[in-house]
Design a protein around this ligand. Structure first.
Ligand code: ZN
Length: 424
Protein backbone atom coordinates (compact mmCIF):
# COMPACT_ATOMS: atom_id res chain seq x y z
CA UNK A 1 0.00 0.00 0.00
CA UNK A 2 2.84 2.36 0.81
CA UNK A 3 4.32 1.76 -2.65
CA UNK A 4 1.00 2.52 -4.29
CA UNK A 5 0.65 5.81 -2.41
CA UNK A 6 4.18 6.78 -3.36
CA UNK A 7 3.43 6.13 -7.04
CA UNK A 8 0.23 8.19 -6.88
CA UNK A 9 2.06 11.03 -5.18
CA UNK A 10 4.77 11.11 -7.81
CA UNK A 11 2.18 11.00 -10.59
CA UNK A 12 0.18 13.89 -9.15
CA UNK A 13 3.30 15.95 -8.69
CA UNK A 14 4.46 15.23 -12.22
CA UNK A 15 1.05 16.00 -13.66
CA UNK A 16 0.91 19.24 -11.72
CA UNK A 17 4.35 20.22 -12.96
CA UNK A 18 3.34 19.68 -16.59
CA UNK A 19 0.07 21.56 -16.23
CA UNK A 20 1.91 24.65 -14.97
CA UNK A 21 4.55 24.62 -17.73
CA UNK A 22 8.00 25.42 -16.43
CA UNK A 23 7.80 26.64 -12.87
CA UNK A 24 11.20 27.54 -11.48
CA UNK A 25 11.32 28.32 -7.77
CA UNK A 26 12.73 31.58 -6.48
CA UNK A 27 16.27 31.32 -5.17
CA UNK A 28 17.51 32.27 -1.69
CA UNK A 29 21.01 32.89 -0.33
CA UNK A 30 21.59 33.82 3.31
CA UNK A 31 24.72 35.60 4.56
CA UNK A 32 26.01 36.33 8.07
CA UNK A 33 28.31 39.36 8.02
CA UNK A 34 30.70 40.47 10.74
CA UNK A 35 31.10 44.27 10.60
CA UNK A 36 34.68 45.16 11.56
CA UNK A 37 35.92 48.51 12.84
CA UNK A 38 37.82 50.55 10.31
CA UNK A 39 41.39 51.52 11.16
CA UNK A 40 40.83 54.94 9.49
CA UNK A 41 37.48 55.96 11.05
CA UNK A 42 34.97 55.17 13.80
CA UNK A 43 32.78 53.23 11.36
CA UNK A 44 32.26 49.48 11.02
CA UNK A 45 32.34 47.78 7.58
CA UNK A 46 31.24 44.41 6.18
CA UNK A 47 32.98 42.59 3.38
CA UNK A 48 31.70 43.21 -0.16
CA UNK A 49 29.33 40.43 -1.34
CA UNK A 50 29.01 39.61 -5.04
CA UNK A 51 25.40 39.25 -6.24
CA UNK A 52 25.26 37.37 -9.55
CA UNK A 53 21.80 36.89 -11.08
CA UNK A 54 20.81 34.25 -13.63
CA UNK A 55 18.76 34.51 -16.81
CA UNK A 56 15.44 33.43 -15.27
CA UNK A 57 15.47 36.28 -12.70
CA UNK A 58 12.91 39.07 -12.72
CA UNK A 59 14.57 41.10 -9.93
CA UNK A 60 15.94 40.42 -6.45
CA UNK A 61 15.41 41.65 -2.90
CA UNK A 62 17.77 42.14 0.03
CA UNK A 63 16.36 41.74 3.55
CA UNK A 64 18.64 42.90 6.37
CA UNK A 65 18.24 42.33 10.10
CA UNK A 66 20.16 42.02 13.37
CA UNK A 67 19.05 39.36 15.84
CA UNK A 68 19.42 41.64 18.87
CA UNK A 69 18.32 45.12 19.94
CA UNK A 70 20.24 47.60 17.79
CA UNK A 71 19.75 51.37 17.57
CA UNK A 72 22.60 52.24 15.19
CA UNK A 73 22.37 53.54 11.64
CA UNK A 74 23.11 51.22 8.75
CA UNK A 75 24.09 52.15 5.22
CA UNK A 76 24.64 50.07 2.10
CA UNK A 77 26.52 50.59 -1.13
CA UNK A 78 25.83 48.84 -4.44
CA UNK A 79 28.64 48.49 -6.97
CA UNK A 80 29.47 51.85 -8.55
CA UNK A 81 26.87 53.76 -6.49
CA UNK A 82 26.90 56.09 -3.48
CA UNK A 83 26.25 54.98 0.11
CA UNK A 84 22.55 55.05 1.04
CA UNK A 85 20.76 54.82 4.37
CA UNK A 86 18.71 51.76 5.31
CA UNK A 87 15.51 52.74 7.11
CA UNK A 88 13.73 50.61 9.68
CA UNK A 89 10.90 48.39 8.43
CA UNK A 90 7.71 50.40 8.94
CA UNK A 91 5.47 47.41 9.81
CA UNK A 92 8.00 45.76 12.14
CA UNK A 93 6.92 44.63 15.59
CA UNK A 94 9.42 41.83 16.23
CA UNK A 95 10.23 41.65 19.97
CA UNK A 96 14.00 41.18 19.62
CA UNK A 97 15.02 41.55 15.98
CA UNK A 98 15.99 44.89 14.39
CA UNK A 99 14.57 44.75 10.84
CA UNK A 100 15.24 47.13 7.96
CA UNK A 101 13.14 48.00 4.90
CA UNK A 102 13.27 45.49 2.06
CA UNK A 103 15.60 46.58 -0.75
CA UNK A 104 14.65 45.90 -4.37
CA UNK A 105 17.49 45.36 -6.84
CA UNK A 106 17.15 45.33 -10.64
CA UNK A 107 18.11 42.26 -12.66
CA UNK A 108 21.80 43.06 -12.91
CA UNK A 109 25.01 41.62 -11.51
CA UNK A 110 26.25 43.81 -8.68
CA UNK A 111 27.83 43.69 -5.24
CA UNK A 112 26.76 45.09 -1.88
CA UNK A 113 28.62 46.28 1.20
CA UNK A 114 27.28 47.54 4.55
CA UNK A 115 28.59 50.02 7.12
CA UNK A 116 27.39 51.04 10.56
CA UNK A 117 28.05 53.92 12.93
CA UNK A 118 27.96 51.46 15.85
CA UNK A 119 29.39 48.04 16.51
CA UNK A 120 26.71 45.37 16.01
CA UNK A 121 25.58 43.19 18.95
CA UNK A 122 25.33 40.22 16.54
CA UNK A 123 26.22 39.40 12.95
CA UNK A 124 24.36 41.28 10.25
CA UNK A 125 21.96 38.79 8.64
CA UNK A 126 21.36 39.31 4.92
CA UNK A 127 18.79 37.33 2.88
CA UNK A 128 19.13 37.68 -0.87
CA UNK A 129 16.02 36.46 -2.73
CA UNK A 130 16.11 36.20 -6.50
CA UNK A 131 12.58 36.24 -7.94
CA UNK A 132 12.00 34.13 -11.01
CA UNK A 133 10.03 35.82 -13.77
CA UNK A 134 6.30 35.12 -13.42
CA UNK A 135 4.87 34.17 -16.80
CA UNK A 136 1.42 32.88 -15.87
CA UNK A 137 -1.28 35.08 -14.43
CA UNK A 138 -4.86 33.93 -14.15
CA UNK A 139 -7.25 36.40 -12.55
CA UNK A 140 -10.46 35.22 -11.01
CA UNK A 141 -13.30 37.56 -11.87
CA UNK A 142 -16.29 35.57 -10.73
CA UNK A 143 -18.20 36.81 -7.71
CA UNK A 144 -19.27 34.21 -5.18
CA UNK A 145 -20.96 36.39 -2.59
CA UNK A 146 -24.65 36.29 -1.84
CA UNK A 147 -26.81 39.32 -1.01
CA UNK A 148 -24.21 41.73 -2.34
CA UNK A 149 -24.50 43.73 -5.56
CA UNK A 150 -20.99 45.21 -5.41
CA UNK A 151 -18.92 43.48 -8.12
CA UNK A 152 -15.76 41.60 -7.22
CA UNK A 153 -12.63 43.22 -8.69
CA UNK A 154 -10.10 41.14 -10.65
CA UNK A 155 -8.27 39.00 -8.11
CA UNK A 156 -4.96 37.20 -8.52
CA UNK A 157 -5.16 34.38 -5.96
CA UNK A 158 -2.25 32.54 -4.33
CA UNK A 159 -1.97 30.06 -7.22
CA UNK A 160 -1.59 33.05 -9.51
CA UNK A 161 1.06 35.04 -7.60
CA UNK A 162 2.90 31.96 -6.30
CA UNK A 163 2.57 29.36 -9.11
CA UNK A 164 5.35 27.17 -7.65
CA UNK A 165 3.15 26.55 -4.59
CA UNK A 166 6.02 27.49 -2.26
CA UNK A 167 4.14 30.24 -0.38
CA UNK A 168 1.86 28.33 2.02
CA UNK A 169 -0.98 29.95 3.94
CA UNK A 170 -1.01 30.34 7.72
CA UNK A 171 -1.32 26.75 9.06
CA UNK A 172 -3.39 28.02 12.02
CA UNK A 173 -5.45 30.93 10.65
CA UNK A 174 -7.50 33.04 13.06
CA UNK A 175 -10.92 34.05 11.77
CA UNK A 176 -12.20 37.54 12.41
CA UNK A 177 -15.28 39.57 11.48
CA UNK A 178 -13.90 42.91 10.26
CA UNK A 179 -15.62 46.08 11.40
CA UNK A 180 -12.82 48.29 10.03
CA UNK A 181 -10.75 48.39 6.82
CA UNK A 182 -7.13 49.54 7.17
CA UNK A 183 -5.29 51.00 4.16
CA UNK A 184 -1.49 50.60 3.85
CA UNK A 185 1.32 51.21 1.41
CA UNK A 186 4.12 48.67 0.99
CA UNK A 187 6.76 51.33 1.59
CA UNK A 188 9.59 49.78 -0.37
CA UNK A 189 10.23 51.26 -3.80
CA UNK A 190 9.77 48.34 -6.16
CA UNK A 191 11.92 48.18 -9.28
CA UNK A 192 9.74 45.68 -11.11
CA UNK A 193 6.40 45.48 -12.90
CA UNK A 194 6.34 41.73 -12.19
CA UNK A 195 3.82 42.30 -9.40
CA UNK A 196 3.09 38.61 -8.65
CA UNK A 197 6.83 38.29 -7.91
CA UNK A 198 6.68 41.51 -5.82
CA UNK A 199 3.89 39.93 -3.75
CA UNK A 200 6.02 36.77 -3.34
CA UNK A 201 8.89 38.91 -2.08
CA UNK A 202 6.58 40.42 0.60
CA UNK A 203 5.39 36.93 1.56
CA UNK A 204 9.02 35.82 2.02
CA UNK A 205 9.90 38.99 3.97
CA UNK A 206 6.88 38.73 6.27
CA UNK A 207 7.28 34.99 6.94
CA UNK A 208 11.04 34.45 6.96
CA UNK A 209 12.23 37.81 8.35
CA UNK A 210 9.34 39.11 10.47
CA UNK A 211 8.40 35.63 11.66
CA UNK A 212 4.72 36.03 10.78
CA UNK A 213 2.55 33.03 9.80
CA UNK A 214 1.73 34.37 6.33
CA UNK A 215 1.91 37.54 4.27
CA UNK A 216 0.69 40.27 6.63
CA UNK A 217 -2.04 41.85 4.48
CA UNK A 218 -5.47 40.49 3.56
CA UNK A 219 -5.26 42.09 0.12
CA UNK A 220 -2.71 43.94 -2.03
CA UNK A 221 -3.29 46.17 -5.07
CA UNK A 222 -0.69 46.89 -7.75
CA UNK A 223 -0.24 50.02 -9.87
CA UNK A 224 -2.33 48.47 -12.67
CA UNK A 225 -5.31 48.01 -10.36
CA UNK A 226 -5.00 44.22 -9.97
CA UNK A 227 -5.92 42.79 -6.56
CA UNK A 228 -3.76 40.06 -4.98
CA UNK A 229 -5.30 37.83 -2.36
CA UNK A 230 -3.09 37.70 0.73
CA UNK A 231 -4.81 36.22 3.78
CA UNK A 232 -8.14 36.95 2.07
CA UNK A 233 -11.52 37.68 3.54
CA UNK A 234 -12.44 37.05 7.17
CA UNK A 235 -8.93 36.04 8.33
CA UNK A 236 -6.96 38.05 10.85
CA UNK A 237 -3.81 39.56 9.35
CA UNK A 238 -0.60 41.11 10.72
CA UNK A 239 -0.65 44.76 9.68
CA UNK A 240 -2.27 47.11 12.21
CA UNK A 241 0.25 47.69 14.99
CA UNK A 242 -0.77 44.65 17.11
CA UNK A 243 -4.52 45.53 16.89
CA UNK A 244 -5.40 43.21 14.00
CA UNK A 245 -8.63 41.59 15.22
CA UNK A 246 -11.82 42.98 13.62
CA UNK A 247 -9.86 44.52 10.73
CA UNK A 248 -8.99 43.68 7.15
CA UNK A 249 -5.74 45.11 5.75
CA UNK A 250 -5.35 46.35 2.16
CA UNK A 251 -1.84 47.22 0.95
CA UNK A 252 -1.35 49.56 -1.99
CA UNK A 253 1.95 48.42 -3.55
CA UNK A 254 4.38 51.35 -3.72
CA UNK A 255 6.03 53.97 -1.56
CA UNK A 256 3.46 56.77 -1.28
CA UNK A 257 5.68 58.93 0.87
CA UNK A 258 7.43 59.76 -2.42
CA UNK A 259 5.24 58.46 -5.29
CA UNK A 260 1.60 59.20 -6.09
CA UNK A 261 -0.85 56.29 -6.37
CA UNK A 262 -2.18 55.61 -9.87
CA UNK A 263 -5.86 56.56 -10.41
CA UNK A 264 -6.62 53.03 -11.62
CA UNK A 265 -5.19 51.61 -8.36
CA UNK A 266 -7.36 54.01 -6.30
CA UNK A 267 -10.40 53.02 -8.35
CA UNK A 268 -9.69 49.33 -7.61
CA UNK A 269 -9.18 50.15 -3.92
CA UNK A 270 -12.66 51.72 -3.83
CA UNK A 271 -14.13 48.70 -5.62
CA UNK A 272 -12.43 46.24 -3.24
CA UNK A 273 -13.55 48.22 -0.17
CA UNK A 274 -17.14 48.33 -1.48
CA UNK A 275 -17.08 44.58 -2.12
CA UNK A 276 -15.80 43.89 1.42
CA UNK A 277 -18.03 46.52 3.05
CA UNK A 278 -21.10 45.10 1.35
CA UNK A 279 -20.32 41.56 2.50
CA UNK A 280 -19.41 42.55 6.08
CA UNK A 281 -22.06 45.32 6.40
CA UNK A 282 -19.42 47.98 7.11
CA UNK A 283 -20.82 51.48 6.58
CA UNK A 284 -18.00 53.16 4.62
CA UNK A 285 -18.27 56.78 5.77
CA UNK A 286 -19.00 56.09 9.44
CA UNK A 287 -16.87 55.51 12.52
CA UNK A 288 -17.38 53.16 15.41
CA UNK A 289 -15.57 51.72 18.38
CA UNK A 290 -12.86 49.30 17.24
CA UNK A 291 -12.85 46.73 20.01
CA UNK A 292 -9.19 45.67 19.87
CA UNK A 293 -7.71 49.17 19.67
CA UNK A 294 -10.14 50.42 22.32
CA UNK A 295 -10.87 53.58 20.33
CA UNK A 296 -13.37 55.25 18.02
CA UNK A 297 -12.03 54.63 14.52
CA UNK A 298 -13.23 55.52 11.01
CA UNK A 299 -14.42 52.37 9.24
CA UNK A 300 -11.95 53.13 6.44
CA UNK A 301 -8.74 54.19 8.16
CA UNK A 302 -5.06 54.49 7.32
CA UNK A 303 -2.46 52.51 9.25
CA UNK A 304 -1.20 55.74 10.85
CA UNK A 305 -4.65 56.29 12.42
CA UNK A 306 -3.58 53.52 14.81
CA UNK A 307 -0.61 55.55 16.09
CA UNK A 308 -0.94 56.44 19.77
CA UNK A 309 -4.10 54.36 20.33
CA UNK A 310 -4.13 52.65 23.73
CA UNK A 311 -3.22 49.18 22.41
CA UNK A 312 -0.89 50.19 19.55
CA UNK A 313 2.61 48.68 19.46
CA UNK A 314 4.20 50.84 16.74
CA UNK A 315 4.25 54.20 15.04
CA UNK A 316 4.19 54.71 11.29
CA UNK A 317 3.62 57.19 8.45
CA UNK A 318 1.93 54.39 6.44
CA UNK A 319 0.09 54.67 3.98
CA UNK A 320 2.28 57.66 3.07
CA UNK A 321 1.71 61.38 2.69
CA UNK A 322 0.44 61.10 -0.91
CA UNK A 323 -2.16 58.39 -0.13
CA UNK A 324 -3.36 59.21 3.38
CA UNK A 325 -5.00 62.57 2.40
CA UNK A 326 -7.06 60.73 -0.26
CA UNK A 327 -8.93 58.67 2.36
CA UNK A 328 -11.82 61.18 2.91
CA UNK A 329 -12.52 61.17 -0.85
CA UNK A 330 -12.22 57.38 -0.96
CA UNK A 331 -14.78 57.07 1.88
CA UNK A 332 -17.21 59.34 0.02
CA UNK A 333 -16.71 57.56 -3.31
CA UNK A 334 -17.36 54.16 -1.70
CA UNK A 335 -20.37 55.56 0.15
CA UNK A 336 -21.81 56.88 -3.12
CA UNK A 337 -21.65 53.51 -4.90
CA UNK A 338 -25.14 52.40 -5.86
CA UNK A 339 -24.47 48.82 -4.72
CA UNK A 340 -24.17 50.09 -1.12
CA UNK A 341 -27.37 52.17 -1.15
CA UNK A 342 -29.12 50.08 1.46
CA UNK A 343 -26.14 50.17 3.80
CA UNK A 344 -25.39 53.87 3.62
CA UNK A 345 -26.74 56.36 6.09
CA UNK A 346 -25.84 59.90 6.96
CA UNK A 347 -26.99 59.27 10.53
CA UNK A 348 -24.17 59.52 13.01
CA UNK A 349 -23.52 56.11 14.44
CA UNK A 350 -23.51 57.28 18.04
CA UNK A 351 -26.99 58.86 17.79
CA UNK A 352 -28.65 55.48 18.37
CA UNK A 353 -26.63 53.81 21.12
CA UNK A 354 -27.34 50.44 22.66
CA UNK A 355 -25.99 49.23 25.96
CA UNK A 356 -25.61 45.60 26.90
CA UNK A 357 -25.33 44.39 30.47
CA UNK A 358 -24.16 42.54 32.42
CA UNK A 359 -21.05 41.63 30.44
CA UNK A 360 -19.70 39.05 31.19
CA UNK A 361 -22.84 37.11 31.91
CA UNK A 362 -24.10 33.58 32.44
CA UNK A 363 -25.79 33.87 29.02
CA UNK A 364 -28.67 36.28 29.79
CA UNK A 365 -27.93 39.79 28.51
CA UNK A 366 -30.19 42.85 28.58
CA UNK A 367 -29.97 45.15 25.55
CA UNK A 368 -31.17 48.65 26.43
CA UNK A 369 -31.93 51.50 24.03
CA UNK A 370 -34.57 52.07 21.37
CA UNK A 371 -35.23 48.43 20.42
CA UNK A 372 -37.42 49.55 17.48
CA UNK A 373 -34.21 50.74 15.82
CA UNK A 374 -32.81 47.20 15.66
CA UNK A 375 -33.22 45.76 12.16
CA UNK A 376 -31.18 42.61 12.73
CA UNK A 377 -28.85 40.93 15.20
CA UNK A 378 -25.96 38.67 14.19
CA UNK A 379 -23.82 36.67 16.59
CA UNK A 380 -20.40 35.27 15.68
CA UNK A 381 -18.04 32.99 17.56
CA UNK A 382 -14.36 33.88 17.89
CA UNK A 383 -13.68 31.72 14.85
CA UNK A 384 -16.13 33.74 12.75
CA UNK A 385 -18.90 31.11 12.71
CA UNK A 386 -22.47 32.29 13.10
CA UNK A 387 -23.68 31.38 16.59
CA UNK A 388 -27.20 30.60 17.85
CA UNK A 389 -29.07 32.91 20.24
CA UNK A 390 -32.59 33.84 21.35
CA UNK A 391 -33.78 37.46 21.47
CA UNK A 392 -37.18 38.71 22.66
CA UNK A 393 -39.14 41.98 22.42
CA UNK A 394 -38.03 43.03 25.91
CA UNK A 395 -34.40 43.14 24.81
CA UNK A 396 -33.35 39.92 26.53
CA UNK A 397 -30.57 38.16 24.60
CA UNK A 398 -29.94 34.54 25.55
CA UNK A 399 -26.80 32.65 24.51
CA UNK A 400 -26.85 29.05 25.66
CA UNK A 401 -23.16 28.14 25.29
CA UNK A 402 -20.15 29.70 26.97
CA UNK A 403 -17.38 31.48 25.13
CA UNK A 404 -16.40 34.82 23.64
CA UNK A 405 -18.79 36.18 20.98
CA UNK A 406 -19.13 39.21 18.74
CA UNK A 407 -22.65 40.63 18.53
CA UNK A 408 -23.43 42.83 15.54
CA UNK A 409 -26.47 45.12 15.95
CA UNK A 410 -27.71 46.35 12.58
CA UNK A 411 -29.90 49.43 12.86
CA UNK A 412 -32.93 50.31 10.75
CA UNK A 413 -30.90 53.14 9.18
CA UNK A 414 -28.32 50.67 7.87
CA UNK A 415 -25.56 51.43 10.37
CA UNK A 416 -24.13 48.71 12.56
CA UNK A 417 -22.34 48.42 15.88
CA UNK A 418 -20.35 45.51 17.28
CA UNK A 419 -20.04 44.38 20.90
CA UNK A 420 -17.82 41.68 22.39
CA UNK A 421 -19.80 39.42 24.74
CA UNK A 422 -18.36 36.94 27.22
CA UNK A 423 -20.51 34.06 28.45
CA UNK A 424 -19.03 32.14 31.37
ZN1 ZN B 1 0.96 49.86 7.09
Amino acid sequence: MKYLMLIITVFLFTNNTFSQNTIIADHVQNFKLDLKKSSQSSLFFSENIALTVDASASFSTIAVFVDAPFSGNLQYQLEGQDWQSLSRYHEANHPTRAIFELLFLPKKNTSIQFKSDQGLPADLSVRWLTLTTTDQIQHNTSSTREDCDCPQPDICGRDCWCPSGNCPTDPTPVATVPSHIIVHHSGSASVSDDFPAVVRSYWDFHVNINGWDDIGYNWLIDGNGIVYEGRGSGTQGAHFSCMNAETTGICMIGNFETATPAPTAISTLEQLIAWEACDKMIVPADSSNHITSGALLAHISGHRDGNDLPNSCSNTVCPGENLYPLLPTIRQNVRDKACLNELVSTTEINQIPFEIFPNPSDGHFQISGDLNQIADLQLFSQTGQKAHFIFNENGILNIKVSGLFILKIIRQNGTAATHKLLVY
